[in-house]
Design a protein around this ligand. Structure first.
Ligand SMILES: *[C@@H]1O[C@H](CO)[C@@H](O)[C@H](O)[C@H]1NC(C)=O
Length: 271
């Protein structure tokens, strides 16, 4: 066998030099869930996402057009949530009736509702629809249900149109789904209902911090009010009147109150 031509090696050198890998150590890989022992009809994971309320996982089987949940404590035992019980299609209703058409994008909101995006063919034209699966497996169509072809029409979600190639993300801060609408080169927004974005119950720490801040604020306000007493003669006039306009409106006026008392009251209220 002939040796590599020296020129070929020379040509390869810049390619080899271009790779700059920083191999960071300290990570390990394990198999969290091996689904191979399950029947071939069973779940074939395409995407996996955490469900914040239930604290488990949502598993999307795209080829099987089905959704499953997976408890962290029993990762080999997925449970059907919706779809997969009939052929791929477009049908809403209870877990046994819902059908999806090989969805490739999934998102989970703050209340564990699952949003699934897939394409639908109507009269030979492909367009995108967004489905919602509630935690009990009931499926509805929330966007694109009335559209009959691709497009980028905004407005009532059932009439809205999308390209057939898009991906969903749940953005809690704006209580919305954002849609990377690839075919239209746009990011679209589907506003969700407030209950869909309800955050998990407040942590005890959060409540405690708020109380501590409130107490500190009241304390600092009292000290400032007490110190300021020396700087304002009793008849300082209307020097700071405009500042307090809004506050004094809300509280019944007490003519016997001194200015420093007013200041103190203001400090307390501004906390
Ligand atoms: C939405 O589509 C339906 C069915 O095509 C139509 O009857 C309705 O007027 C449309 N609504 C809007 C706001 O475009």
């Amino acid at each position: 066998m002939a040796a590599a031509h020296p020129l070929a090696i020379l040509l390869l050198l810049p390619l080899l030099a271009a790779a700059n890998l920083v191999l960071e150590d300290g990570y390990t890989v394990t198999t969290f869930s091996d689904l191979n022992p399950l029947p071939a009809s069973g779940p074939h994971p395409y995407a996996v996402l955490p469900r914040p309320r239930a604290g488990d996982l949502l598993l999307l089987d795209s080829a099987g057009s089905a959704l499953y949940t997976l408890a962290l404590s029993s990762p080999g035992d997925p449970r059907g949530l919706a779809g997969g019980k009939r052929d791929a299609g477009f049908n809403d209703g209870g877990p046994g009736d819902a059908a999806f058409d090989r969805p490739r994008s999934v998102a989970v909101d703050g209340a564990d509702n699952v949003y699934v995006a897939h394409r639908v063919r109507v009269a030979g034209q492909l367009h995108g629809v967004v489905r919602k699966v509630s935690p009990n497996g009931y499926t509805t169509t929330i966007a694109g249900g009335l559209s009959s072809g691709p497009g980028h029409r905004d407005g009532p979600a059932q009439n809205a149109t999308f390209s057939p190639d898009f991906e969903l993300a749940y953005v809690p801060k704006i209580c919305a789904l954002l849609v990377a609408d690839r075919g239209n080169r746009m990011i679209r927004q589907i506003n969700l209902k407030p209950e869909d974005c309800a955050r998990e119950k407040q942590s005890g720490l959060g409540t405690t911090s708020v109380s501590v801040i409130a107490i500190l604020c009241a304390l600092v306000g009292s000290i400032i009010g007490f110190l300021a007493r020396h700087f304002y003669p009793v008849n300082a006039g209307n020097l700071h009147q405009p500042l307090f306009q809004q506050d004094t409106e809300a509280i019944p006026e007490n003519p016997e109150e001194g200015d420093s008392d007013q200041l103190l009251r203001h400090k307390k209220r501004s906390c």
